[in-house]
Design a protein around this ligand. Structure first.
Ligand code: GN1
Ligand code: MG
Length: 564
């Protein structure tokens, strides 16, 4: 039995002492936190995260034994406000925790919250038996890689993890290997965990160098092959987060190669965590649909500047430019997906395209006009996945040989299978091969997505303003509403419809239909956020007025349905 082995190596005194401290300090008021390890791991206000961290550590131990490889833990709350934080684990090849392990992390966290040590221990050992059945545990070592974002609370969580893994078992020092990469972007941690696994490397690597060689070098080579006309400067809003620290380290190496494209960093104050994601960053720009703070007047008056914003952990990116009339033009995840799709269609031989399945995965938040553009103009297959890159990634791999996936908010990448790579190799398309080496297939990565988009614009000689003109977004708005219990909101049809609260979906249908809908473009849906204690309401229609009308009525219907 797996539990017997786990039981025999556990330092029970330490485990129980840690448990007791957590249970004694657990938040106990009427607003007891609901712990749930979702598609983005645990995420909430940092003062409530001690128990989720403990649960994450324990599942990481089981996962490390199960895989007999390095498992990563990233401490970050991405685009959330500075006072939040969160954790997610990373698989040996860079993926996220498998879906069927998620309920176990949730169960562990909730058992700690209950406060009975013996019940918790019993549950943990039962879970170990269930998950580690048939695994040769005696041979496995505990191998863990840590990374964190720039939040103040990330430091104490990281200290806890280092201490916890060192003391949790009676395994000797040789068999417990913890490598702490300190402050890194989320995609960098995915990248380096995968690299450790592929290279069977047990000692700390030079992450900036590895990352530079993997992605910056091909980008620099590609830049040298193209004639840069449509834009001369890229302004990168770093959201005052980890992207700033990493890019500040990497840009001098980039500049050594005298590239013809100038990269300018703004919102780089990652030392002051209170400024993280505030008035800047990908989420701010996408939600408010206007420029972040920190952009110089000079950049706004020139016509050859392209802008982009990273989020707090640099796994997503949003582009934007200004039209001739200085109007803000948002180039979001939907536009990146369509741009990449168009690039593949344009650059690959028809014969090759006929052999492979090329398609795009979006979520319900994708603008309806982007979906029509993919189907009607690009003639590509499009699939809808549930929110969370993990779901999109899965659907892209399952359905396509080349799967392009992006959430509207700029989170995504491209995945290729061997069938495509083999087919491509018989065509001698050197520049295209160089292009695809820019892709971080493990996970959406703001820095590599930046390279991909810039490379495509340059290779297609496409002005960002013309990229914007490919289709018009339907006017849309995404708002949030605090409800007493967001778990009461259950969805189906890829989150586009509510099954609970009972009767609310019928009301939404009625509101959508009664508001002028002559062109059939009205669309509105409600779902519980997996990362914030709110429900989200998305609406799009042909006019702003219709959007506002529908939203106001749906908000009212939610309030009535939940008795707020
Ligand atoms: C509408 C929206 O933007 N939702 C975001 C947000 O998820 P929610 O479950 O909606 O809170 O955070 C996720 C993690 O960063 C991201 O994947 C997702 O796209
Ligand atoms: Mg993020």
């Amino acid at each position: 039995m797996a539990s017997e082995y786990i039981n025999s190596i556990l330092n029970k005194d330490f485990l129980q002492q840690t448990f007791n401290e957590l249970a004694a300090n657990r938040p106990r008021n009427s607003n007891a936190p609901q712990f749930s390890y979702g598609t983005s791991g645990f995420r909430m206000e940092s003062s409530k995260l001690d128990i989720p961290l403990f649960a994450t550590s324990l599942i990481t131990v089981l996962r490390s034994f199960y895989c007999s490889e390095f498992i990563g833990i990233m401490i970050t709350a991405s685009h959330n406000p500075p006072q939040d934080n969160g954790f997610k684990t990373i698989e040996p090849h860079g993926e996220m925790l498998p879906h069927d392990w998620e309920p176990h992390v949730t169960a562990i966290a909730n058992a700690v919250y209950e406060g009975e040590y013996l019940n918790f221990e019993k549950l943990f050992l039962l879970i170990a038996d269930d998950l580690l059945k048939g695994v040769a545990l005696e041979k496995s070592d505990l191998k863990i890689i840590l990374g964190r974002d720039t939040r103040d609370s990330s430091i104490k969580f990281s200290t806890f993890l280092n201490n916890f893994f060192n003391k949790l078992t009676f395994l000797n020092k040789k068999r417990v290997n913890i490598i702490d990469y300190s402050i890194v972007t989320t995609p960098q941690l995915h990248f380096i965990v995968r690299k450790h696994t592929l290279n069977a490397e047990n000692t700390k690597m030079d992450l900036p160098k590895e990352y530079f060689d993997a992605f910056f070098k091909p980008f620099i080579t590609l830049l040298a092959q193209v004639n840069i006309q449509s834009f001369k400067k890229l302004v990168i809003d770093c959201a005052n987060g980890v992207g700033a620290l990493q890019l500040e380290q990497l840009l001098p190496l980039y500049e050594e190669n005298s590239p013809s494209l100038k990269l300018e960093l703004i919102n780089t104050n990652y030392q002051d965590c209170s400024r993280l994601n505030v008035e800047c960053g990908a989420d701010f720009v996408k939600t408010n649909q206007h420029l972040p703070s920190g952009i110089s007047h000079e950049s706004t008056i020139k016509s050859d500047v392209l802008f982009c914003s990273l989020d707090g952990d640099a796994d997503r990116i949003i582009f934007y430019c200004l039209s001739k009339d200085k109007e803000f033009c948002l180039l979001d995840g939907d536009r990146m997906a369509t741009l990449i799709g168009e690039f593949f269609i344009e650059k690959l031989p028809k014969e090759l395209l006929s052999l492979i399945k090329l398609g795009i995965v979006q979520t319900a938040y994708a603008n309806g006009n982007s979906t029509s553009f993919i189907t009607n103009d690009l003639n590509l297959d499009v699939k809808c996945a549930k929110t969370g890159v993990k779901n999109l990634h899965h659907d892209a791999v399952e359905n396509f040989d080349v799967g392009i996936y992006f959430e509207a908010n700029g989170h995504g990448t491209v995945v290729f299978n061997d069938k495509f790579i083999n087919a491509l190799s018989s065509y001698n398309l050197k520049q295209f091969e160089l292009f695809i080496s820019l892709v971080n297939q493990a996970v959406g990565d703001a820095i590599t997505d930046l390279f991909i988009v810039v490379a495509i614009l340059l290779l297609l000689q496409l002005d960002p303003k013309d990229w914007f003109k490919k289709y018009d977004d339907l006017p849309n708005k995404l708002i949030k509403c605090v409800v007493p219990n967001r778990a009461a909101f259950e969805t189906y049809d890829f989150e586009r419809k509510l099954s609970k609260p009972v009767g609310l979906q019928e009301k939404i249908n009625y509101i959508v239909a009664e508001t002028d809908n002559s062109d059939g473009k009205n669309r509105c849906f409600v779902r519980a956020s997996g990362t914030e204690d709110v429900v989200r309401i998305y609406c799009e229609a042909s006019t702003d007025t219709r959007v506002q009308t529908i939203l106001a009525k749906v908000l009212d219907a939610i309030r009535k349905a939940t008795d707020i």
